[in-house]
Design a binder for this molecule. Sequence first.
Ligand code: ADP
Length: 271
Amino acid sequence: FDVNAAPIIGNDQQLKGVVLVFHDITELKKLEKTRRDFVANVSHELKTPVTSLKGFTETLLAGAMDDEELRKKFLTIIANESERLESLIYDLLELSKIEGEQFRLQLAETELEVIVDEVFMMLQKKASKKSISLRKKVSGTGRIEGDTHRLKQLLINLINNAIMYTPDGGEVTVRIKEQAETVVLEIQDTGIGISKKELPRIFERFYRVDRARSRNSGGTGLGLAIVKHIAEAQKARMTVDSEVGKGTTFRLAFYKEFPASNGEEANKPVS
Ligand code: ADP
């Protein structure tokens, strides 16, 4: 509790009493701790690639540069670590934008199938490297009122994860099912799965089931936090089913018509 005290002085200048105001600051303290933890996590996540960049550069300058094989090996590590750093900074900036008070969706008519095609094209190379087939099953138009750019970002993160956490030779299937008022989007993989215990935590910033695996695959630990915010902004209902060793399915139900009653939640298109 935070306590403020003020004396009550009468007309005769005598002390008549004291007003005590108790503020329950539990929530405030919790928020402060979350913020502090976040800053500590970010610092750690940024420090790791920077330490590695510094170390390999110094080793190269100290003489490893003269050995062609070592030079190639170290420069590849430097290139990969720079890329990680870039993704991390990009995701951090995106998250801070989406979490910011100024954030509004830019609503427009959006075809989910078109976005899925674009994302498949972007990630085809990555999937092929692991002999993972990308499949799409569509029933209905899959047309919703949504923020095309953000929905693409959501799909990139979910399909990228599906590929990342699925062993070679597996399958990633995206389904679009039109229903009366909603369009359901499913991203199903035949991957490693997530245990019941871990499932509630995967949307937390920087939470990873297997830190090393995520790092090695270029994960930032922020992908699902971004997905959660976009789904919430779209007022979509999201559920996850998973079985360890079998696979995971993320399911999102989007309203065909964005249910903004007062127009405050998003920028409606001018019709
Ligand atoms: P990352 O960059 O580590 O993938 P995310 O926020 O995207 O971070 O995901 C958080 C964690 O959830 C991952 O590290 C992984 O352990 C788990 N995860 C996410 N998607 C899947 C999936 N399709 N299959 C299995 N595990 C997953």
